[in-house]
Write a protein that binds this ligand. Structure first.
Ligand code: S3P
Length: 739
C-alpha cells in the first residue's frame, strides 16, 4: 500500500490502542501519533513510554486540526464505542478517516448509523484479531499485530480511499488484512472467540462455587490451565462483547448446548461410541486447524511446488519397507465403515488418496480412529448406517475413491456430490455412471462424463448382469459395491483378469461372492461383519525399487511383506521376461491376500514384446517399466494399453515426452509405446502432477549421465508418503526443492 497517513489519533490507550500507536510510531507509519484517554494517568504513561508523540486531555482539542489523510482509531471497549462516535460526529471533518477495533461489528455499525443517520463514507469498521489476557497501557506491545489478522468489514457506502488508508495502517503494523461482511464477522467471532471466552469464565465460576475452600484449584492440572487461560481476560471487555453480539453468541451456544445434552445422555446410557465419535471428530478438526495455523495458510501461498533434483548414477541396496497397498487401504475403510462391529486395520497407507477415502467416511458420520503408524480403527455403522455429509465429498486426486464410492453411494437415502482435484476432474466417469444407471441410480456428471458427480438419494437399485467393456477393477468394484444394495444377483464379467481385492475382501467380511473365471456374483441385501485387516506393502510402490535394482549395476534389494496377489504381479512377470533377477520368498497369506518378500539383484535386461494379458496385471507399473525398457538392450513394445492414457495423466504421452528429453528413443502409439534401450542423459522433465511419473524419472537417474530435474512432484504423497527419504536410504540421491 502506498497510501501515507498524515496524523494518527488513537482514542483509548488500552492494549490494542497503545500497541497500534507504538507500532505506528516505531515503524514511521505516519507523521504524528496523538493519544487520547479519559485517564490522565494513562496519558502520562503513554507519553513516558514513547507510545505517542503527544496527548490531548479533551477530545475536542484534537479534532479541529484534522482533515484528509488523518486517521482516527477508536480503541475503546465495545459498549463505549457509541458514545465516542456521538461525541466525535460534530467534531470531525468529512475527509478524516475513522475506524474502530471493536470485537463486534454489528453494534458499532448500528451506533454509527444512529449518530449520523446514514453510514458516512469515512467510517471503516475494523477488528484486529490480536490480544492477550493482559490489558491496559502497561501491556503495550508494538509487535502485537505481526502476522495477525485484521478483519475490515466495509459497507457499500464506505469510501475506497478510507479503506486503503486503514488497510495501509494495519499492514504497516505487521498485520494481514482481510475483508468480510459485518454479519459474517460477528458469526465467525461468536463461534471462535466470544463463546470460548464465555465458556472459560463459566467453567471457572462454576468450579469456584463448588467447594468452599476452593482446594480443587490447587490440584488443577495443565488441562485446566489451558482451557481457562482466557478467563483471566478483562471482564468488562468480554461482558461488552457478549452483550453486543448477543444473537450470534446465543445461536452457537444453542448448538453447543445440544451437543452437551447429547453427551450427558451418552454418559448416562453408557453410549461409548457416541463419546468416542465426538472426541475423534473434534481431534481431527483440531489437528486440521493446527496444521492450517502452522502452514500460516493466509500468509504464505499454500501450494509450494515440489521438484526433485536427482543426482546421476549409484545403485540400491538393503531392506526397504514399502508403505501399505493403496487399493487394499481404500477398500478396508469402505467395507469397515459399512460393516457391523469394529474393524482394526494395520499397515494402512497414510497417503493422500486413501486418506481422502477415510475423510469421506468420517464426513458420512463414521467414527474412525487414527491413522497412527498405519493403525486405523473403523467403528462400522452397518450397510444402512451412513449419514448425509454436510457438503460435497472432496476426493483429491483419487480415482479409486470416486469410482468405488459412487457405487457404494448410489442407493443411499441421501443426495451426495463427489468432487476432486484438477486431474481427477478430467477423468472419465461415464464408465461407472452407465452401469449404475442401468441399475436404477440417478447420477449426473459434468459434460463429457467428468466429475463432479451428483448422486440422487432414495433410489432403489436392481441387480444387473454387467459385461465390462474394459478391463477395470474400479468399474468392477463399483458395480459390485452397488450390488450390495440392489435387489437380486449382481454379476460382473471382465474381459481380462483385474485386481480382485474387492471380491477377496468382501469374502473376508463374511459377504458371499461367487467367482468363476471372469465372472463374480453377489446377492444384494446382506450384511458385513467387521474383521482385522493387515495391509501388505504395495507392489505398485515396490515397483520403483524393483526397477531401480534391476537397472543399476551392483544393486541388491529386499522388499519385505509385499502383496503378491496374482492379479497384481504383472510387473514381476514382465521384468523376469526381460531378464531381471527377482526372487520371491517367505510366502504367506494375510487376510486372504498372498504376501511375500521380494529380492531383486541387478542383471542386464533385454527388450521384449509385452504380452497383452499382462497389461491389466501391471497397469500402474508401466511408467517404471518404461524406464526398465529404456535401460534394456534392444526394443520393448507395449500394445493393448490405451487405458494408460486416462490415468492420473496420459501416462504414455508423459513418459514418452520425458524419456525423449533424457535422450531415449521412445515412440508413443495409440495403445502403447515402442522404446529402444540406450544411454540416458540428464535433463529437466515434467511429471505433469502424476505421482508415478515423478517416481519413475527419479529411478531413471540411476542410469543417467547427468542430473535429472523432475518438475511438479507434489502428488507423490498421494500413494507414497516418505518416497524421498526411503529412496535416499536405498541409495538414490534425491533432493526435494520447493518453489
Ligand atoms: C485400482 C484399479 C486400477 C488402478 C488404480 C487402482 C483399484 O484402475 O489403475 O490405481 O484400486 O481398483 P482401473 O480400474 O481404472 O484400471
Amino acid at each position: 500500500m502506498s497510501k501515507k497517513i498524515n496524523r494518527l489519533v488513537v482514542i483509548g490507550l488500552g492494549l490494542i490502542g497503545s500497541s497500534l500507536a507504538k507500532a505506528a510510531r516505531d515503524r514511521g507509519l505516519c507523521r504524528e501519533v496523538i493519544g487520547f484517554s479519559r485517564s490522565p494517568d494513562t496519558l502520562t504513561k503513554a507519553l513516558n513510554a514513547g507510545i505517542v508523540d503527544r496527548v490531548v486531555h479533551r477530545i475536542e482539542d484534537v479534532a479541529p486540526e484534522l482533515g484528509e489523510g488523518d486517521v482516527v482509531v477508536i480503541g475503546v471497549p465495545t459498549l463505549t464505542v457509541p458514545s465516542i462516535i456521538r461525541s466525535l460526529k460534530p467534531l470531525l471533518a468529512d475527509g478524516v478517516t475513522i475506524t474502530d477495533v471493536a470485537s463486534v461489528k454489528g453494534s458499532v455499525v448500528n451506533a454509527v448509523r444512529e449518530a449520523y443517520e446514514c453510514i458516512p463514507p469515512q467510517f471503516v469498521p475494523g477488528h484486529p484479531i490480536a490480544g492477550s489476557e493482559k490489558s491496559g497501557v502497561d501491556a503495550v506491545n508494538p509487535g502485537l499485530f505481526d502476522d495477525h489478522r485484521v478483519i475490515l468489514t466495509p459497507l457499500s457506502e464506505t469510501g475506497s480511499q478510507h479503506i486503503q488508508l486503514v488497510q495501509a495502517l494495519w499492514e504497516g503494523a505487521g498485520a494481514v488484512v482481510s475483508k468480510m461482511t459485518v454479519a459474517e464477522h460477528d458469526e465467525v467471532l461468536a463461534a471462535t472467540s466470544h463463546l470460548p471466552h464465555m465458556l472459560a469464565y463459566a467453567l471457572v465460576d462454576t468450579l469456584s462455587k463448588m467447594r468452599e475452600n476452593q482446594e480443587i484449584f490447587r490440584y488443577a492440572a495443565g488441562g485446566f490451565r489451558d482451557f481457562t487461560r482466557i478467563a483471566a481476560s478483562d471482564p468488562i471487555m468480554w461482558h461488552d462483547i457478549v452483550m453486543a453480539n448477543d444473537k450470534a453468541v446465543l445461536s452457537v451456544l444453542e448448538a453447543l448446548s445440544e451437543n452437551i445434552e447429547r453427551i450427558k445422555q451418552a454418559i448416562t446410557t453408557g453410549d461409548s461410541d457416541h463419546l468416542l465419535g465426538v472426541f475423534t471428530r473434534a481431534k481431527e478438526a483440531r489437528n486440521h486447524f493446527s496444521k492450517m495455523l502452522e502452514n500460516k495458510a493466509y500468509l504464505e501461498p499454500m501450494t509450494q511446488i515440489i521438484d526433485y533434483r536427482v543426482a546421476p548414477g549409484g545403485h540400491v541396496s538393503g531392506e526397504i519397507r514399502i508403505p501399505g497397498d493403496k487399493s487394499i487401504s481404500h477398500r478396508s475403510i469402505m467395507l469397515g465403515s459399512i460393516a457391523q462391529g469394529v474393524t482394526e486395520i494395520t499397515g494402512f497407507l497414510e497417503g493422500e488418496d486413501s486418506l481422502a477415502t477415510l475423510q469421506a467416511f468420517r464426513d458420512m458420520g463414521v467414527v474412525i480412529e487414527g491413522p497412527t503408524d498405519g493403525r486405523v480403527i473403523v467403528h462400522g455403522v452397518g450397510v444402512n448406517g451412513l449419514k448425509a455429509p454436510a457438503g460435497p465429498l472432496y476426493l483429491g486426486n483419487s480415482g479409486t475413491s470416486m469410482r468405488l464410492l459412487t457405487g457404494l453411494l448410489a442407493a443411499q437415502p441421501f443426495d451426495v456430490e463427489l468432487t476432486g482435484d484438477e486431474s481427477l476432474s478430467k477423468r472419465p466417469m461415464e464408465r461407472i455412471a452407465t452401469p449404475l444407471r442401468q441399475m436404477g441410480a440417478l447420477i449426473e456428471t459434468e459434460e463429457g462424463g467428468r466429475p463432479p458427480l451428483r448422486i440422487k438419494g432414495g433410489q432403489s437399485l436392481k441387480a444387473i448382469d454387467y459385461e465390462l467393456p474394459m478391463a477395470s477393477a474400479q468399474v468392477k468394484s463399483c458395480v459390485l459395491l452397488a450390488g450390495l444394495y440392489a435387489e437380486g444377483v449382481t454379476r460382473t464379467t471382465e474381459p481380462a483378469p483385474t485386481r480382485d481385492h474387492t471380491e477377496r475382501m468382501l469374502t473376508g467380511f463374511g459377504y458371499r461372492v461367487d467367482r468363476k473365471g471372469a465372472v463374480a456374483d453377489l446377492v444384494g441385501g446382506g450384511t458385513l461383519k467387521a474383521v482385522a485387516i493387515d495391509v501388505p506393502a504395495d507392489i505398485s510402490s515396490a515397483t520403483f525399487y524393483m526397477v531401480a535394482a534391476a537397472i543399476a549395476p551392483g544393486s541388491d534389494i529386499i522388499l519385505p511383506h509385499v502383496g503378491v496377489n496374482p492379479t497384481r504381479i504383472g510387473v514381476v512377470n514382465i521384468l523376469q521376461m526381460m531378464g531381471a533377477d527377482i526372487q520371491l520368498s517367505n510366502h504367506s497369506e494375510v487376510g486372504g491376500e498372498p504376501v511375500a518378500d521380494i529380492r531383486v539383484r541387478y542383471a542386464p535386461l533385454h527388450g521384449i514384446e509385452i504380452p497383452e494379458d499382462q497389461v491389466p496385471l501391471a497397469i500402474d507399473e508401466f511408467p517404471a517399466l518404461f524406464v526398465a525398457a529404456a535401460c534394456a538392450e534392444g526394443q520393448t513394445i507395449l500394445t493393448g494399453a490405451e487405458e494408460l492414457r486416462v490415468k492420473e495423466s496420459d501416462r504414455i504421452q508423459a513418459m514418452a515426452d520425458g524419456l525423449k528429453i533424457l535422450g531415449v528413443d521412445a515412440v508413443p502409439t495409440a495403445d502403447g509405446i515402442i522404446i529402444n534401450g540406450g544411454p540416458i542423459m540428464g535433463g529437466e522433465v515434467d511429471s505433469v502432477d502424476d505421482h508415478r511419473i515423478a517416481m519413475s524419472f527419479a529411478v531413471a537417474a540411476l542410469r543417467a549421465s547427468n542430473p535429472v530435474l523432475i518438475r511438479n512432484c507434489n502428488n507423490v504423497v498421494t500413494s507414497f508418503p516418505g518416497f524421498v527419504s526411503l529412496a535416499n536410504e536405498a541409495g538414490l540421491n534425491v533432493v526435494e526443492e520447493r518453489r
